[in-house]
Design a protein around this ligand. Structure first.
Ligand SMILES: [Zn+2]
Length: 116
């Protein structure tokens, strides 16, 4: 098989997105081994293992991790968000917004009270 310029740039994009070599191969229509070999020749960054590639890239972060549960407890894909947390909170900024969001905007509550 021949690597066109287009395929090579696509490989670089998919690679940087953290797709597994098998997934990249499927998308490009080449074998996993072809992907691995080409990536090696292009000296692309070494891949993390497929199991941890879904983790968000966080450089040398050793602080507390977001405890927000994702998925249903007991399900195979259940995991915690584990992004870096807001200081003093158990969750990352995104999940703090969700965890501490008031049930209703204050203005809406005041309006319904006036109507009653
Ligand atoms: Zn989170």
């Amino acid at each position: 098989m021949s690597w066109t310029e287009e395929l090579v740039s696509e490989l670089g994009v998919l690679w940087s997105k953290g797709l597994s070599t098998a997934e990249i191969g499927r998308k490009l229509g080449v074998t996993k081994n072809a992907v691995v070999g080409k990536a090696h020749r292009l000296a692309l960054d070494p891949r993390p293992s497929p199991i941890i590639h879904r983790a968000k890239p966080v450089d040398s972060y050793n602080g507390p991790r977001c405890q927000w549960p994702e998925g249903h407890p007991g399900a195979a894909d259940f995991h915690f968000c584990s992004a870096p947390v807001v200081e003093g909170r158990p969750y990352c900024p995104d999940h703090c917004t969700r965890a501490y969001m008031p049930p209703k905007p204050a203005s809406e509550k005041a309006a319904s009270r006036r109507a009653a």
